[in-house]
Design a protein around this ligand. Structure first.
Ligand code: G
Ligand code: G
Ligand code: MN
Ligand code: NA
Length: 254
């Protein structure tokens, strides 16, 4: 793991980058959005995965700075893509520390105002199910406030938290993301298959959009569609890629 000081210096030196992973509708073939995922372009060690630096900042104020950098970078990239004729919703992952701030939505609104050409509805927030459950009243208020601004929220890694089913009622997110572990294993394991099936029917009853993560092969996509799922994300569709590859990928996909 990295030290806090190295991470702080990397942020100042502009060494972090966002990669983007497409989300598609398997039935229509449309690209429906992109998830922004942070990486550290280390001058000596190359591209570093978030697992080695995010846990270090997780409970530190630096997590807030890094989180705001992610949002600003994503909005800046959306401005650039619009000039190239690409206009897709982009989702960012929001960490626990960042989400806990009492003025989280206010800060978010200020960031959006700095990018007046981006309609708020083009930005989406991915909130970890486990984080949301830790502070249910605050997070449900954040979701409601985002909703009022037109910013959509998704529950990430859905199914991994406890009591997911009962709490979905109190978390009025527009979308749930089925955790990749269930999707990945559903071809070999009937229990995972049942979990994916249950989440799909739960989403239908609650009228939430649902996307399956971890679609690693064509077979995963086929089974997903047999179960009634349409939206998908995963290595079988595309790996996270640098921003400059996205326009070409979208053109080649359709
Ligand atoms: O992209 P990758 O599989 O390496 O991501 C590993 C983990 O890091 C995932 O759980 C993902 O949600 C998280 N992650 C990636 N980018 C960000 C980010 O910008 N902010 C936060 N809070 N988490 C991120
Ligand atoms: O926690 P979150 O869902 O945000 O994590 C997203 C992470 O999952 C990304 O870092 C991405 O690299 C990774 N990922 C995306 N698609 C797949 C996939 O099909 N298989 C696996 N194993 N990981 C994936
Ligand atoms: Mn995510
Ligand atoms: Na996830």
């Amino acid at each position: 793991h990295e030290s806090l000081e190295h991470i702080r210096a990397a942020l100042a030196a502009d060494e972090f980058v966002l990669h983007y992973q497409p989300k598609v509708n398997l039935r229509t073939g449309d690209v429906v959005g992109l998830e922004a995922l942070i990486r550290w372009q280390h001058p000596e060690r190359g591209l570093l995965a978030p697992g080695i630096f995010l846990p270090v900042v997780e409970h530190h104020p630096l997590a807030i700075k890094l989180g705001e950098w992610v949002i600003d970078r994503a909005l800046t990239q959306m401005d650039l893509w619009r000039e190239e004729g690409l206009d897709l919703p982009v989702s960012v992952n929001v960490g626990a520390r960042q989400l806990q701030q009492a003025d989280f939505v206010q800060r978010l609104r200020r960031q959006l105002m700095e990018h007046p050409r981006i309609p708020p509805g083009r930005l989406e927030l991915e909130l970890l199910e486990t984080t949301a459950l830790e502070d249910l009243s605050h997070v449900s208020q954040v979701i409601a406030d985002c909703d009022a601004l037109g910013i959509r929220c998704a529950l990430d890694d859905f199914g991994t938290g406890y009591s997911s089913l009962a709490y979905l009622k109190r978390l009025s997110v527009g979308q749930i993301k089925i955790d990749q572990s269930f999707v990945r294993e559903m071809l070999e394991n009937t229990e995972e298959l049942a979990i994916v099936e249950s989440i799909l029917s739960l989403a239908a009853v609650f009228r939430r959009e649902v996307i399956a993560e971890g679609v690693e092969t064509v077979a995963h996509g086929t089974v997903l569609q047999m179960l009634g799922g349409e939206l998908a994300q995963g290595y079988g569709i595309a790996r996270p890629m640098p921003a400059h590859e996205v326009v070409r990928w979208c053109r080649d996909w359709t």
